[in-house]
Design a protein around this ligand. Structure first.
Ligand code: OAD
Length: 241
């Protein structure tokens, strides 16, 4: 594949649930979003997991099944193409717990909110690939402890993963693209301001509609991810350096 020369040397792309919406995975805060049907305090906090582990496991078991069959769409594929064909470094920082960026071919991906197809033992901290169900009695394959296995996802109130690497990349980037995220959840919602403080990066939002923080971006393009992401990637790869 020929490498396309363009002026951006470090591209950071933040993705949210909107990029996977057209792959059939629901978003959180749209009119029919997950948090309009389920109380997040009942399933997505450490307190809920401690209080009612089987209820929380059932919720994540069902979501894990949905993720297993989901396929990437043209938005994910366009970002994989950007990574392969770009002369610059491309990092995808995703809030999504699905594996659709990887299925599309992206290799440089940070899952800041974890991965649903992985589990972790809270006792020995070993992380496993885990396509099946979990219960409150599932023993850890490593330490055999029962009751400590949990989805390897970040619950509300917990620290997202790899924040040092993410802030390092944001400090270096000359193009920051935010795709399919409502800008409600920090620290991800604050990345655009972090980049703007550096003062040298172009900032772009690609979203179905203007997000909470849309005015913080230098450029906003609204439309479905399967259309606006491939068009934007084409524009970058086609632009002279
Ligand atoms: P949200 O559900 O908050 O926002 C999804 C965004 O995607 C909205 O702004 C939609 O307008 C947009 N959208 C919907 N369909 C789209 C499409 N086809 N193309 C482009 N954009 C589209 O989801 P997130 O911002 O990802 O965290 O939510 C952030 C975090 O809140 C999640 O990672 C999760 C959630 O609670 C945890 O669980 C820790």
């Amino acid at each position: 594949m020929p490498v396309a020369e363009h002026k951006f040397k470090h591209i950071v792309i933040l993705t949210g649930a909107g990029i996977s919406a057209e792959s059939g995975l629901g978003t959180f805060r749209d009119v029919d979003g997950l948090w309009t049907k389920v109380n997040l305090e009942d399933v997505a906090t450490p307190e809920a997991l401690a209080r009612n582990p089987d209820f929380v496991h059932e919720f994540y078991n069902a979501r894990r099944k949905d993720l297993l069959t989901a396929e990437p769409n043209d938005g994910h594929r366009a970002l994989a193409r950007l990574e392969k064909e770009s002369s610059g470094r491309v990092l995808v920082v995703t809030q999504n717990v699905d594996v659709l960026h990887e299925k599309a071919g992206s290799e440089n991906v940070i899952h800041m909110h974890g991965e649903m197809l992985k589990t972790r033992c809270d006792e020995c901290q070993v992380v496993y690939d885990w396509p099946g169900d979990l219960t409150s009695r599932t023993p850890c394959p490593e330490c055999a402890h029962e009751g400590a296995m949990r989805p390897h996802v970040v619950l509300f109130g917990e620290m997202p993963f790899e924040m040092g690497a993410i802030y390092g990349a944001l400090a270096q980037c000359d193009l920051f693209i935010s795709i399919g995220t409502s800008g409600n959840v920090y620290p991800a919602a604050g990345f655009v301001e972090e980049v703007r403080r550096g003062g040298r990066a172009h900032t772009v939002e690609l979203n179905l509609e203007p997000s909470e923080g849309a005015t913080l971006f230098a450029e906003c393009i609204n439309g479905p991810a399967t259309e606006v992401v491939p068009a934007y990637v084409e524009r970058i790869l086609g632009a002279p350096s």
